[in-house]
Write a protein of this length. Structure first.
Length: 440
């Protein structure tokens, strides 16, 4: 995420980070570099200029050069301004209606349908919400099918009416269906076009007027840079929407949209999409995003993602197994699946302070666990629970079955043994000692 921008800002701020003496000249030079980095990231020209001007004013106002650690203070000012530019505090969804109606808008291909599913899944996992998805794209039957596939995948009901060509009527019927069936959130997926056109705007505006949603969200592909900002403006003029959803931030996004959109439409970015999977959704926190852009990582989000996947009951079962030396490859497989649910590997690594920068040129396969999973799947159930059963000929068979080599099988067995030992040690009081060490 934003590799290029992070890299350039890091270079621009290098001098200030204590790698040389700080003078008025190099502060000015730094700000010029910061501005260039923002422009390269496709940030609007005016916004980039205003940004550096504000940073400069603040630096002067706080007498940065006379402070003890001018570099750090400058970096802090840049971080605070970046946070402010992206929206200040995080803003949640208004879910006060009965049911709460959320209308999705945006161009075709922006990720509306995918995000509708992600949001439904996100709300469903909150336990108190029972969402209903409503398919209102009357032009593309495939879009209705796609929403049904998504709904099935996440276990959320989808309302559609294939013969009906009136999206206003479908959305109203969807809301009535929700009321009658105890759904407390309705997410309405609408039709998009490839570009902003009048017919689309009239249609979405008619739906909007008729159903008066609590939340109107505008979904935009962050890869489209300045275009994203222009489209946002066009939709906002018609809908006066409540929030922005930035999708495809997992790709090689330059970052311009994330940075500029708030100040152009004055609406908060509420969520981001970071992948094609249903779990790839994050609440947008401007301050955490600023940390990530400045290469400071985002440990809070990383821990939160881990917590979302954490199941207390499962953890207790696992603990007992470890204590009894019964931790097997099936358990290992479950752990891998949980990690995979946390998101794309490169994205996760980017959340560790400093690691994103170190690993930026390393190509991390999102299916890094594929080989391991194939090896485990090639083991018999007995072998999975009792790895010592695997002798040389069985290892050969497993390697063949999984399309790997005996060497790779051996390596996995070795790592597994080491990991089992370590887990046992952590249980025997070592874990507590380690926690204590971390606290100090
Ligand atoms: P719609 O036409 O607005 O409903 O867009 P779709 O939901 O059909 O998404 C268009 C394409 O973008 C699909 O191939 C999705 O899998 C993909 N997509 C959606 N959101 C994301 C995201 O956050 N990251 C990535 N990498 N792909 C996404």
């Amino acid at each position: 995420m934003f590799n290029n921008l992070s890299d350039k800002l890091d270079k621009a701020l290098h001098v200030l980070k204590g790698h040389g003496s700080i003078t008025e000249v190099n502060v000015a030079e730094t700000l010029k570099e910061v501005r260039r980095a923002l422009l390269d990231a496709d940030v609007n020209f005016k916004i980039a200029k205003q940004f550096t001007n504000t940073v400069k004013e603040k630096a002067l106002g706080q007498n940065v050069l006379t402070t003890l650690q001018p570099g750090q203070l400058m970096v802090k000012i840049v971080k605070d301004e970046l946070t402010e530019l992206m929206g200040g505090d995080a803003e949640g969804l208004n879910l006060s209606g009965a049911p709460s109606v959320i209308l999705m808008s945006g161009l075709q291909g922006s990720g509306k349908t995918t995000f509708s599913g992600k949001l439904a899944n996100y709300l469903k996992n909150k336990k108190t919400k029972k969402p209903l998805l409503v398919a209102c794209d009357v032009y593309r039957p495939a879009a209705i099918d796609q929403l049904h596939v998504v709904g099935e995948q996440i276990g959320v009901e989808v309302f559609s009416d294939r013969g009906n060509t009136d999206p206003v009527a479908i959305s109203q019927a969807g809301i009535a269906h929700a009321k009658a069936n105890g759904h407390n959130v309705v997410i309405i997926d609408t039709a998009g076009r490839l570009a902003v056109d009048e017919a689309m705007m009239t249609e979405i505006s008619n739906i909007h007027k008729a159903i008066q949603p609590q939340e109107t969200l505008f979904v935009v592909d962050s890869m489209t840079g300045q275009d994203a900002v222009n489209t946002a403006k066009a939709f906002n003029d018609v809908l006066n929407f409540d929030g922005v959803i930035l999708t495809k931030l997992d790709g090689d996004t330059r970052g311009g949209a994330a940075i500029s959109i708030k100040s152009v439409v004055n609406k908060p970015i509420k969520f981001i999409g970071t992948g094609e999977k249903m779990e790839a959704i994050d609440v947008f926190y401007p301050s955490r995003m600023a940390d990530r852009i400045l290469g400071m990582g985002d440990v809070v989000s990383l821990v939160e993602r881990a917590q979302e996947q954490f199941d207390e009951q499962e953890a207790r079962k696992l603990q007992k197994k470890i204590a009894k030396n019964q931790f097997g490859f099936d358990d290992f497989l479950k752990q891998i699946q949980q990690i995979k649910k946390m998101g794309n590997m490169k994205d996760l690594i980017g959340m560790i302070p400093g690691a994103g920068k170190m690993m930026k040129d390393v190509d991390i396969d999102d299916d890094a666990f594929k080989g391991i999973e194939a090896i485990i799947h090639s083991m018999t159930p007995d072998e999975r629970s009792n790895p010592s059963l695997m002798n040389a000929s069985r290892k050969k068979r497993i390697a063949k079955g999984s399309g790997t080599s005996v060497q790779e099988v051996n390596q996995l067995l070795k790592q597994f043994t080491q990991m089992s030992k370590m887990m046992k040690m952590m249980q025997g009081g070592g874990g507590k000692r380690m926690m204590q060490m971390m606290k100090n």
